[in-house]
Write a protein that binds this ligand. Structure first.
Ligand code: SF4
Length: 87
């Protein structure tokens, strides 16, 4: 079994540049308020308004690309086990 990662979106700070959508149209979608929705993610008290999703190692490269093209760096990735920041 591969490693698990946690992807987090600080949606408040998204400026709707849609660079992430170009990389992963199946994960990000620009909606009416001009910001991006992180599809199939969750948010709760603990996430402080950030949207969170657990992903498999097989998805890591694509998400890394999304995080790296975001001009305001509001997509973050962490190792699930250690909490270590990947991007
Ligand atoms: S690339 Fe960044 S700023 Fe642009 S829509 Fe995606 S998350 Fe928002």
């Amino acid at each position: 079994m591969g490693k698990k990662y946690i992807v987090k979106l600080d949606r408040e700070s998204c400026i709707g540049a849609a660079a992430c959508v170009a990389v992963q149209p199946d994960q990000w979608q620009i909606v009416d308020d001009g910001k991006v929705d992180f599809l199939n993610s969750k948010t709760d008290e603990k996430s402080k308004g950030w949207f969170v999703k657990e992903i498999d190692e097989s998805e890591l490269l694509k998400f890394k690309e999304s995080a790296e093209v975001c001009p305001v760096n509001v997509i973050h990735i962490f190792e699930k086990d250690t909490g270590k920041k990947v991007v």
